[in-house]
Design a protein around this ligand. Structure first.
Ligand code: SAH
Ligand code: DHB
Ligand code: MG
Length: 221
């Protein structure tokens, strides 16, 4: 089993299941041209996020970590006409590229892009006291995952979904002695939710163009 094989199969899946999409392709191109890191969810993962939001009939979505807005577009597409998505991005350059991608996609009316450190933005958002988020997608820095998860949980309702990207990290998550702060962030999340009566959670391991990683899925009880 190798990266080469995972990539080949991922390309096969995308070829079969995902019709050509000029808007998403353009979003990726614009992000590349602006020099953003190419760490957005893969096309097949983006479609999976879209489908989860659809199945869940999500009307309000929270995203932490926008980058160029690739996952944002997938999630925004799943929203009904009166749906809302709030996304947070610390890097103004990433945010500018994302805003232009969201404008081009025609979803800016549904999406509010907040620029700043999510650790500062989330408490402010909690104070806004908006209706709870049906779905939260946590995909920013990995060190603060536990804090993001607690905040997302406070802004959830019974039945809300909280998704956390990159929780397997090439298998490093199973290394109890890891000194990598990002791995420790993920491990803390798992410790938190393992015996937590507030959520029902599992982790899906994934392979593909982005290597070997995983997505945590928590359903709020
Ligand atoms: N969700 C995106 C990828 C996000 S990559 C997609 O799949 O298309 C992670 C992003 O989180 C980067 O753009 C990074 O700048 C941002 N980020 C990192 N730390 C952050 C923080 N503390 N607050 C908000 N955003 C942060
Ligand atoms: C990284 C971050 C991500 O959100 C991701 O999906 C892949 C890689 C990173 O920081 O390296
Ligand atoms: Mg990610």
């Amino acid at each position: 089993m190798s990266q080469e094989l995972w990539t080949a199969v991922d390309n096969y899946i995308v070829h079969k299941m995902l019709p050509a999409d000029e808007s998403l392709d353009q979003a990726v191109r614009a992000s590349e041209e602006a020099g953003l890191p190419s760490i957005q969810v893969s096309p097949a993962q983006g479609k999976f996020l879209y489908m989860l939001a659809k199945v869940h009939r999500a009307k309000r979505i929270l995203e932490i970590g926008t980058l160029g807005g690739y996952s944002t577009i997938w999630l925004a597409r799943a929203l009904p006409e009166d749906g809302r998505l709030i996304t947070m991005e610390i890097d103004p350059k990433h945010a500018a590229v994302a805003q232009s991608n969201l404008d081009r996609e025609g979803v800016s009316n549904k999406v509010e892009l907040l620029v700043g450190n999510a650790l500062d933005l989330l408490p402010k958002l909690e104070k806004r006291n908006e209706s709870p988020f049906d779905l939260s997608f946590i995909d920013a820095d990995k060190v603060s995952i536990p804090a993001y998860f607690e905040s997302a949980l406070r802004m959830s309702r019974s039945g809300s979904l909280i998704l956390v990207d990159n929780v397997v990290r090439n298998g490093a998550v199973a290394d109890a002695g890891s000194h990598d702060p990002s791995v420790q962030g993920v491990q803390k999340l798992n410790d938190m939710i393992a015996g937590d009566s507030r959520v029902t959670a599992t982790v899906l391991q994934t392979v593909g163009v982005k290597g070997y990683d995983g997505l945590a899925i928590a359903l709020v009880n």
